[in-house]
Design a protein around this ligand. Sequence first.
Ligand SMILES: [Mg+2]
Length: 439
Amino acid sequence: MTRGTELFSHFEVSDVRFPTSRDLDGSDAMNQDPDYSAAYVIVHTTWGSTGHAFVFTIGRGNEVEVAAVRAVEELVIGLGVDEVLADMGAFWRRLTHDSQLRWLGPEKGVMHMGIGAVVNAVWDLYAKREGVPLWQLLSNLSPQQIVDLVDFRHLTDQLTPGEALGILTQATEGREQRRHDLLERGYPAYTTSAGWLGYSDEKVTRLVGEALEEGFTHLKIKVGNDIDDDLRRLKMVRGLVGPDLKLSVDANQIWEVDEAIDNVKRLAAHNIYWVEEPTSSDDILGFLKISRAVHPVMVATGEHVANRVMFKQFLSSGAIDICQIDACRVAGVNENIAILLLAAKFGVAVCPHAGGVGLCEVVQHLSMFDYVAVSGIIDNRWIEYVDHLHEHFVDPVEIVNGRYVAPRYPGNGAAMIAESIEAYGFPHGRIWRDVSSVA
Ligand SMILES: [Mg+2]
């Protein structure tokens, strides 16, 4: 008896929420009480293979994201696994440009993020099948194979397939050396864990001390409550870390454009490296104005940038100096490759967003792939690190001396421990039953 052709058989989708708002972990000017959450999907095949991924949300509405992932299921079930893996570019276009689902964006928001989780889950399955970590799988592809993953629709005025091929071909030189370097030394991290807005001065002081002991050379703190208090806190942290350590600030979109310019100029007295999300991340012209006014402070954004077309404008106009890709905001690996190529073309440093649950685990693969096969650059680049909730993952990130250790396990790092999915399942998991009985 033969096993028959392997087909995608079904999705298992879970609403998983962690009650992080109790300790104000993750709190900032715009998001005061997040419960870090995941619309978590396991894509199954008829042969029993699985691929894991999730969309990150911060609590209420996670059930909407779960529904979005489920809405993609009918487009995938019944497809042959080999055919899909052989042309992941076509698979991406099939989901993203579905003529009916597209109306819900197009290419932005809840539906786009749901498609991203499904795309990422299939990449996880692919990497597991090859027995390699995702960053290695991508780094082993030829320049043409990488170009074929990217949808250049609405990009070609700034980046053509030919230019992308040129960037990737140039980066083939030294790939082996950089791969070796990553396995030896890992990838630099910066930490946000010390500077959440809801933390007391005592807690910030203790956490900054711990971050220095752990070897971090770049810290980020949240700003945007009250500028005088921001200045006071920033001065305190600068005093703790000394004059040379890199210190960035994140306003989480709280300011108007002109207000941002005034405030960043004041904060710059304490030598800040970048200002992140000074205003709405839809406001490309606003960012350009801020960027020109606050130079040499660098301007960063990305965690709320909806798609590659928005990134094209941010990157090609000079509106940002730091490109903060997020593994779960755009439509998965393929679209992030388009963004990495745009950043490489315009010479903008990629420093991923990873403040959330599981975001560190998944986005590290994209930065490592970028270093090996796209930009070839690691200097003055850092992947964000926050130290919560890693214990819920099968392959948690490992940080040694302020650097991400390059993963060696097969897959994309998204797989969550089954007991955690069960216990933190919303609203019926054990943790949420306990929370409601306390409240
Ligand atoms: Mg941020």
